[in-house]
Design a protein around this ligand. Sequence first.
Ligand code: SAH
Length: 411
Amino acid sequence: MPAPESPRPLRVRVSPAAERAIRSGHPWVYSDSIRDQNREGATGDLGVIFDRRDRFLALGLWDADSPLRIRILHAGSPTPIDDAFWRTRLETALARRSGMFGPDTTGYRCLYGESDGWPGLVLDRYGDTLVLKTYTAAWLPRLGTIIALLRDRLAPARLVLRFSRNTKAAAEAAGFQDGANAWAAGEDDRVPFLENGLTFEAEVIRGQKTGFFLDQRDNRQRLERRTRGADVLNVFSYTGGFSLYAARGGARSVTDLDISAHALAQARRNFACNAGIPAVASARHEQIQEDAFEWLAAASKPRFDVLVLDPPSLARRESERAEALVAYGRLAGSGLRWLRPGGLLLAASCSAHVSAPEFFTAVRTAASRRGGSFRELETTGHPADHAATFAEAAYLKAIFLQWEPGSGRSR
Ligand code: SAH
């Protein structure tokens, strides 16, 4: 249960290693790094960290229920955490994004957690709608302040609140409902917005994350340049992000493969939203509702020119890392059996616990086993509105491999 701000500051000392990490800008302090504290902390308290010589080091949001005990808000010299502080934080993040998007992109991330100085909080924009999502209950006592600030500065038509699974109960106890409007015009789950001129509907109440995978925008655009005349298979297609770009790029056919009937239905809606674009209208759109791992492994014959593999996170914790690497390799291996010689593979991973180099190695190894030679077109990371300032925040990576025409054996 989040407590209201206590009048007695919570003073904390941390291990030497944690001190060093904080000084070098790392935003997390784990519970086992905490050496002593002057009182019990309640979730939502501001924890003030002092170094061994009793000098101010940093302050941050205390989460009593998470091993990630303090999320640093500010390090260096003491500063009040007041309205002006939050306003400056918001302005800084907005300034970073100024000029990033033209009128044909109205869906993007405005605040990306720790990397924008808002630890455990994201703010996404979909047209006139803002979606605020928190990943720690430590935000609950200050949510009113943040909502007022966003309303004042950004004047959206609607602000939707989302809470990660582990914070929903605390949010409810504090009077907030997951998916409810902080203020409103509109109750619709589906909110249209533009991404590079394509229309999509974000599912802001029930959808994953804040309703759409905005982080794949640049990779979708890269894919679009390589789909002319192609038969495209989009595995883990969700609501058809990659599929629509592939269709606009001139694909002959686009096949969505996902386990979720709901996601596939939304993908059909998104195709309908863009039926005015001739290339989209003329691409044959098909869908397969299956478990992708099973469906791909039961391969018959190569019949796609472009393959997109963008699975959900396969390693939710560090202990699953090794297993996830094997799974990524297997997925690429079985996926590639559906690819025609000369085809293109785009493989992505959103597992923070799997590093980019090890993921790329897993995919390259699977490609080399397929036979023929693969040219590496590019590897990519985070888009500019999701810029990551520390290693743990850099979860997204993708690799584009082109099978050299004529070098392949089909097996
Ligand atoms: N590529 C998408 C995002 C993928 S999210 C985009 O650009 O928007 C992951 C998707 O994988 C979800 O839609 C989920 O329904 C689907 N999924 C999860 N497990 C699956 C499985 N075993 N087989 C097929 N789809 C699965």
